[in-house]
Write a protein that binds this ligand. Structure first.
Ligand SMILES: [Zn+2]
Length: 119
């Protein structure tokens, strides 16, 4: 059975929108670099002690790594959307065989078959 590209495209677009929404909660897109950056929480307590500042820094660090994670996923999805009409779409980029349908349904941005799962 051939891939239902229309269905996959819709799924990818939905995932893309969800990811962007999630990322908007934590940071913003830097128009100069085109990269997402974590936003520190507003410093509305100038008298806060050092513990507070350390907490805030940790919070910022974890936001940064979450944003990085989300933007990797977003890039995969954008890549898949860009290539969805190419003949190579849905084929494993290691062995060139068709990626299992179940895998494509679970992760439409997959670039490899189950055997060559990206780490
Ligand atoms: Zn493969």
């Amino acid at each position: 059975m051939p891939l239902n590209k229309q269905k996959i495209k819709e799924k990818l677009e939905k995932e893309r929108d969800l990811l962007v929404e999630e990322m908007k909660d934590m940071g913003k897109l830097n128009p100069e670099t085109g990269e997402w950056e974590a936003q520190p929480e507003a410093q509305d307590f100038p008298e806060s002690d050092q513990n507070d500042q350390a907490d805030r820094f940790e919070d910022f660090e974890s936001r940064s790594s979450m944003i990085k994670d989300l933007s990797n996923r977003l890039n995969n999805i954008l890549f898949a959307l860009k290539n969805i009409n190419k003949a190579s779409f849905g084929r494993c980029e290691v062995c060139g065989k068709d990626i299992e349908l179940a895998r494509m349904e679970a992760n439409p941005a997959a670039k490899t078959c189950k055997k060559h799962l990206e780490s």
